[in-house]
Design a protein around this ligand. Structure first.
Ligand SMILES: Cc1cc2nc3c(=O)[nH]c(=O)nc-3n(C[C@H](O)[C@H](O)[C@H](O)COP(=O)(O)O)c2cc1C
Length: 401
């Protein structure tokens, strides 16, 4: 959602300015281009040079420092930005923008911006609860600006209270959510997308299980991409380590059977179902309730077949757009085409997991998309996130409206 976005970060003079450095770094990390403007007070806490190095661009501090001869800098920054973030926002600057005052670079650019304004207040608890500050927050909200709730905790003043600058990671997540609500291209708005991720674990005893190399990364990338298109996303996952994308509902499962039950609960309501998980075909016929002890004998495990979830969903589906994955090491096309027909899927995304840059546990993938009566679509090696976005873009062109 922030990828490719032009973000103007307006830094004002509070003790939390040093945390805004991390915020800038994180915004850049998720793909935003960042320009920074600071008030004179903010420069008392951290020098513009720090933000210049982080954003790789000159930092604006002076309204009358017109170094770009052909542009008026504060108007240029205001027009350039897709989003304005004031972080940290002092009580003073909040009051000024509530009243439309433009007496420094930051407040003047903010007067001129037509971009959505996201405000991260940080101040002493008594300043936060001051009647004037509360009135100013109200005015800014009435003007359509978004104000993020400050955190409660140990304040710089040496006592507990509300007013702390939230963790930069939480700010980035809240910005993403804010942008989703603002965004106009949300083709999956009001639609549910159910995605499975990770390799299932089939217990042998309390400490042993049968599983596979799937990390769940492709499923998580799909959840992220579907969320950015406005979907209500339900992610059914076996992963214990991957971070659930903000705004995505997680259902944690372990076995194929649990995964099947979790999908059944969501299937009816779903517009798209993506089976990105690597589901075990078999499970032990019996799960020992105590650790199996070593003996002198050979040991034989009897495995029974798990339900073929994709095929079952294929036989039950109405308008759901059903996407399956095929992880193969050979004859990829033949298996994928067979799976498409046999399972009544709308799309099979096939990858050759024997390739060093594709499939299980990698951050990149290379896939071919198979659909009934369509030429296969090859997506050459790129990040799993980019592959996820393209899979959904193709699905959107094929789905019934
Ligand atoms: C050490 C110190 C810490 C401060 N921290 C904050 C703060 O966290 N929040 C705030 O609203 N003001 C804080 N102030 C007060 C502002 O710096 C002051 O109101 C200033 O005029 C704000 O200017 P600006 O809004 O143009 O950046 C602090 C001042 C000092 C000296």
């Amino acid at each position: 959602m922030l990828k490719g976005k032009k973000v103007a970060v307006y830094v004002t003079g509070g003790i939390a300015v040093y945390k805004a450095c991390d915020l800038v770094r994180r915004l850049i990390k998720v793909g935003a281009t960042v320009r920074v403007a600071m008030t004179e007070s903010a420069t008392e806490f951290v020098t513009p040079l720090t933000f210049q190095i982080l954003s790789k661009h000159h930092v604006y501090t002076d309204t009358f420092d017109e170094r770009e001869g052909d542009k008026v800098s504060h108007i240029h920054l205001a027009d350039w930005s897709d989003l304005a973030v004031i972080a940290p926002a002092t009580a003073n600057t909040i009051a000024k923008i509530a009243y439309g005052i433009g007496d420094n670079f930051v407040t003047t650019a903010l007067l001129a911006t037509t971009a959505p304004v996201f405000i991260v207040p940080a101040m002493n608890e008594h300043m936060l609860n001051n009647a004037a500050t509360i009135r100013n927050f109200q005015s800014l909200e009435n003007d359509g600006h978004f104000i993020m709730e400050p955190d409660t905790g140990f304040l710089a003043e040496g006592y507990e209270g509300k007013g702390r600058f939230p963790e930069p990671e939480k700010i980035v997540e809240t910005i993403q959510e804010f942008l989703i609500k603002k965004e106009t291209y949300l083709p999956l708005k009001n639609k549910k997308v159910v995605i499975t991720a990770g390799g299932t674990k089939e217990r042998i005893d309390p400490v042993r299980y049968i599983t596979n190399d799937s990390s769940g990364k492709m499923g998580y990338s799909l959840a992220h991409a579907a969320r950015d298109l406005g979907a209500e996303v339900c992610l059914i996952s076996t992963s214990k380590t991957l971070k659930t994308p903000y705004g995505v509902a997680l259902v944690s499962v372990e076995t194929a059977e649990q995964m099947h039950q979790a999908i059944n609960a969501e299937f009816k309501e779903a517009a798209i179902v993506i089976m990105a998980a690597a589901v075990s075909d078999y499970r032990p016929d019996h799960v020992a309730n105590k650790k199996i002890k070593k003996s002198e004998q050979e040991m034989t495990l009897t495995l029974v077949k798990n339900t073929d979830i994709l095929a079952t969903l294929g036989s039950q589906k109405n308008d759901q757009f059903l996407i399956g994955f095929a992880a193969e090491t050979h004859n990829v096309e033949e298996y994928a085409q067979g799976k498409l027909k046999k399972k009544n899927a709308d799309m099979i995304v096939a990858n050759d997991v024997s390739k060093p840059y594709a499939g299980f546990n990698k951050d990149t993938n290379e896939v071919t998309i198979f659909m009934k009566d369509e030429q296969p679509i090859e997506l050459k090696v790129k990040s799993k996130q980019a592959i996820a976005e393209e899979i959904l873009a193709v699905a959107l062109t094929k789905m019934k409206k």
